[in-house]
Design a protein around this ligand. Structure first.
Ligand code: ADP
Ligand code: MG
Ligand code: MG
Length: 199
């Protein structure tokens, strides 16, 4: 079973990973965007860990909805509302349970990923975070480790794609040949999830 502390560990691990990889994420965003993805997520996840310590939400769903709200309120870029929606909708789908199974979580996460698609209007193959999130959500129904592999492969698969959503789409064909920053950070979030599961 996944308890409140598991979701707290997930957010803490995500914040640490984003902190470590901030320069890399910003480098990727400088190639096909505006060079702020690392700093956007650094600011957002630092605020998430801070509010989780302060407010100490009591259920898995409450941890994720609070984290999502915080991302939306602290990150100005596209990724704030998108990741914020992912976490809020996942949290909402978890309801008020004190503990959830991985299967329940996988279903909730899939609902969160679908909400990201609705908000941003992107689909698989558009060279966005969804190219990592969609395969990860599907693999999560089987295992955490499988979700990590799927997210990483999904992020790498964005390299040859031409962006059809977000800032990178303004570049047209020049967006080809670069890994999408959001798909890369999405893989980090899924890695943090697997790390929380083994801790
Ligand atoms: P901004 O582009 O506003 O500077 P970020 O740099 O933080 O925001 O985030 C960029 C990432 O957001 C992209 O690499 C992409 O993965 C993701 N993204 C942008 N627009 C969309 C969208 N409509 N749907 C899904 N993901 C998107
Ligand atoms: Mg950017
Ligand atoms: Mg920006």
């Amino acid at each position: 079973m996944l308890d409140t502390d598991f979701f707290r560990r997930w957010m803490t691990a995500a914040a640490a990973s984003v902190e470590r990889e901030a320069n890399h994420l910003t480098e990727l965003d400088s190639a096909i965007g505006d060079a702020d993805h690392g700093s956007n997520l650094q600011r957002g996840f630092a605020a998430v860990t801070e509010v989780l310590e302060k407010d100490a939400p009591a259920t898995p769903g409450a941890v994720l909805t609070l984290a999502g709200r915080r991302l939306i309120s602290t990150v100005g870029g596209a990724s704030g509302p998108l990741y914020g929606t992912l976490l809020r909708r996942t949290g909402k789908a978890l309801g008020d349970d004190d503990e959830v199974t991985r299967t329940q979580f996988a279903q909730a996460f899939a609902a969160g990923v679908a909400a990201v698609g609705q908000l941003g209007g992107a689909q698989a193959g558009d060279k966005t975070m969804l190219d990592a999130l969609l395969p990860a959500a599907e693999a999560l129904a089987v295992s955490f480790d499988g979700a990590v592999d799927a997210a990483r492969a999904g992020a790498e698969a964005t390299v040859p794609m031409q962006a059809r959503k977000g800032r990178a789409s303004y570049l047209g064909e020049r967006s080809i040949g670069h890994q999408d920053p959001g798909a890369t950070s999405a893989a980090l979030l899924v890695e943090a999830l697997a790390a929380a599961a083994t801790a």
